[in-house]
Design a protein around this ligand. Structure first.
Ligand SMILES: *Cc1c(COP(=O)(O)O)cnc(C)c1O
Length: 361
């Protein structure tokens, strides 16, 4: 028998989430962000399943894009961080990839290169995230320089939002970031892309020609406060395993490494085949929720590399072989993440290769 740890991926839910994302800007276009192995869901399978609906995909780097070509995907694939060295440009042109350009050196390298096929370039503008992109002052010149390059056939202007998920966060608000864009780019003849998932779900002013949903495709709400739109998202990944041993511990006895959990009452402990080497976070606090045969209980003790321990005291029917769900359709990854001092993005992308992915079409 195989180790029972598995991540079950519901591709129908991803497709429904993509359709939901596309419905917000019916006149615009929606690309599917499948970077980081489709947020841990398996980029090849996810992209193949979305190939009927999504016209364009987006990844972080050329390695991820080439893996999708190898899997048979024929659509354009946008490199969200552009190229890291000029040598990539030839491959980008040959493979029909689209590239971001976020700094002057990239623009210069592009200007100097001789390419077999013309490119679509996404010009990144820094409107307040302060991570990548041309300043608003430099952006118009960069845009015109790109338009004048014979091997550039299309330019899309992109900016990324720092706080679309939380309107009360300190730092640049969505309206102030949008206002940073030079008027020049508001000309309807210029293709503009601002919205990530959180903006698609909550910031209508950020909806432009191109939307770039990532996390919402995987069914997780990125908003600090869910709304009626995010409530329609369907979780795509269910991380599960099974109880592999049970025992009783007496008051005063501890469980696991470091004895973090000390029983206050007679406690029935369930040991589960899931650990931090599978991507279940070691940071998970005492009391992190878990489902056993669909019923809620909680983590006790520290997560170890290959195992973790649960409180089964109130679940007398649970035993070896009982199914354990760590997050998924019945237990939100956001709720679990809150107990682990992290976010659902991190939980999903953290699921390691040791955990087989199984797919529901
Ligand atoms: C990852 C990424 C996205 C998708 O963000 P989500 O919050 O997952 O929707 C969009 N745009 C850029 C530039 C990104 O890097």
């Amino acid at each position: 028998m195989a180790r029972p740890a598995v991540a079950e991926i519901n591709l129908k839910n991803i497709q429904a989430n993509f359709k939901l994302a596309s419905s917000f800007a019916p006149a615009g276009k929606t690309l599917a962000v499948v970077k980081a192995n489709a947020y841990g869901h398996g980029a090849a399978r996810v992209a193949q399943h979305l190939a009927q609906d999504a016209e364009v995909f987006a990844v972080a780097c050329i390695e991820e894009a080439l893996a999708l070509r190898k899997a048979g995907l024929q659509q354009p694939i946008l490199l969200l961080e552009g190229f890291f060295e000029a040598a990539e440009l030839e491959v980008i042109a040959q493979e029909g990839f689209w590239t971001a350009v976020h700094r002057q050196e990239q623009l210069d390298q592009l200007a100097r290169s001789v390419l077999a096929k013309p490119l679509c370039v996404w010009l990144k503008i820094d409107t307040g995230m302060h991570r990548l992109g041309f300043s608003p002052e430099q952006a118009i010149k960069a845009y015109n320089d790109l338009l004048n390059m014979p091997h550039v056939k299309q330019v899309v202007v992109m900016s990324h939002l720092a706080n679309a998920d939380d309107s009360l966060a300190p730092g640049a608000s969505v309206p102030s970031q949008v206002a940073q864009l030079p008027e020049f780019f508001l000309n309807p003849g210029i293709e503009l892309s601002i919205a990530n998932s959180a903006a698609i779900l909550s910031q209508p002013t950020a909806l432009r020609h191109w939307q770039r949903p990532g996390i919402m495709l995987y069914g997780s709400c990125p908003l600090a406060i869910a709304n009626q739109h995010s409530n329609r998202l369907r979780p795509a990944m269910t991380l599960k395993s099974q109880v592999i041993a049970t025992r009783w511990v007496e008051p005063g006895e501890s469980v696991g490494y470091g004895g973090r959990f000390v029983a206050e009452r007679r406690t029935r402990v369930g040991t589960v085949a899931m650990g931090y080497a599978d991507g279940y976070p070691r940071q998970a606090a005492e009391g992190t929720p878990v489902l056993v045969d669909g019923q809620r209980t909680q983590l006790i003790g520290r997560v170890s590399m290959d195992m973790l321990t649960l409180d089964l005291t109130n679940l007398p029917d649970a035993d070896v072989g009982s199914e354990v769900e760590f997050w998924g359709e019945k237990l939100s990854a956001n709720e679990v993440a809150a107990h682990c001092d992290t976010i659902a993005y991190h939980l999903f992308t953290g699921v390691t290769d040791r955990v087989p992915r199984t797919y529901i079409e």
